[in-house]
Structures are given as structure tokens and as C-alpha cells.
Design a protein around this ligand. Structure first.
Ligand code: ZN
Length: 191
């Protein structure tokens, strides 16, 4: 992945281990502080995931420090793939911004409400929008739509247009987010 202005530098002191994002095989060469109270302890990510992680920090603006810490410590907050909300501009779901993890309403301490299968999980909405898919969806529909869009925004058919290239990157991310999520759902349905 090419570096961009404002990207962090790979850290020469990085431990030799893979990126901490789930199932990411890239080396974790970029560090990010664990949370606002432990700025000298680090998590290690590849360039793409450290970007996403850093974006997710902006996501916590407006929360009290202890609420941010709770959110970051709560494993489900990270294990849910984070979506780079900053890139999607106006598509941020206001419900998510108001209370991203149900912290303000204390929902973290309560048993999870059974999710309504007809409503897309909040963390998937931006990806579904981007791929113009409705919910529920399945692996075949996802793959079909991905192939269409990947063809439409491929640099070869867009004369190297940068915005098509950025769009394709977002499409790739949305696709892998949804693909992983659908695979998890299928695995837990079999279990
Ligand atoms: Zn990674």
C-alpha cells in the first residue's frame, strides 16, 4: 500500500509480528497507542489498518475519556471490523455517532438484545450503502455485486482516474468487511 501524506512511519522498533487486525497477514510495522490513558503502550498494525484505527479515534470525539476507554477496552468494539468512517463523509449514520457502542445508555452491561434480522447491523450499513446492497444479503449476491463494481471502477477502464481508484479501494474494503461478516455468520449458524 503506497504511503500518503500524514501517514505514520513504519517503526524500526516494531516487534516482528503480524498486524493485530483480525485475519490480517501483513506485518504490524505501524504503532498506535492503546488508548488515551495508556499512550505509551502500543498496538501494532499494517499501514491500512493503522489508518483505519487512527480514523476510529476521531470517531470517539465528543465522548468522555472514560467512555472512550471503555469502548476501546471492550473487545467487541475492535473485533467488529471498523469502517473508515472519515472517508465516507456524509454517510455516517447519526445513530452511530450519537452513541457508537451503546455506552451512553449503559447497554454494554446488559445482555445483548436479539438483533432484528431485517435491519442491517450498524457497523455494516456504510459498506452495504457503498455496494448498493440491501439487507439481509448473502455471499453470492455480494460477490456478484462486487464483480460488477470492481469492473466499473477498475483503473484500466477509467484511464487512471484517481477518484475511481479511491472508490475501488473503498469497494474492496466494503467487500472484505461484508465477506468476513457473512462467513462468520455462516460459521456460527453451523456451530
Ligand atoms: Zn492489517
Amino acid at each position: 500500500m503506497p504511503r500518503r501524506r500524514g501517514d505514520p512511519r513504519p517503526d524500526p522498533a516494531a516487534p516482528r509480528r503480524p498486524c493485530e487486525a483480525p485475519d490480517c497477514p501483513e506485518p504490524g510495522e505501524y504503532r498506535a497507542p492503546k488508548d488515551r490513558t495508556r499512550l505509551r503502550e502500543y498496538r501494532w498494525f499494517c499501514l491500512q489498518h493503522v489508518r483505519e484505527y487512527n480514523l476510529s479515534w476521531d470517531f470517539y470525539k465528543g465522548l468522555q475519556p472514560d467512555q472512550i476507554e471503555t469502548a476501546l477496552r471492550d473487545d467487541t468494539a475492535w473485533q467488529r471490523p471498523t469502517w473508515p468512517l472519515g472517508r465516507l463523509g456524509g454517510r455516517i449514520d447519526p445513530e452511530l455517532l450519537r452513541d457508537p457502542f451503546g455506552i451512553l445508555q449503559g447497554r454494554l452491561d446488559q445482555p445483548q438484545k436479539r438483533p432484528d434480522p431485517a435491519r442491517p447491523p450498524p457497523e455494516l450499513r456504510a459498506a452495504l450503502d457503498l455496494l448498493e446492497l440491501s439487507w439481509p444479503t448473502d455471499s453470492l449476491a455480494l460477490k456478484t455485486r462486487y464483480k460488477e463494481l470492481a469492473k466499473r471502477y477498475h483503473p484500466d477502464v477509467n484511464g487512471g482516474d484517481r477518484s475511481a481508484e479511491e472508490r475501488l479501494k473503498d469497494i474492496n474494503r466494503a467487500y472484505s468487511l461484508l465477506r468476513n461478516r457473512l462467513a462468520q455468520t455462516q460459521a456460527s449458524a453451523r456451530a
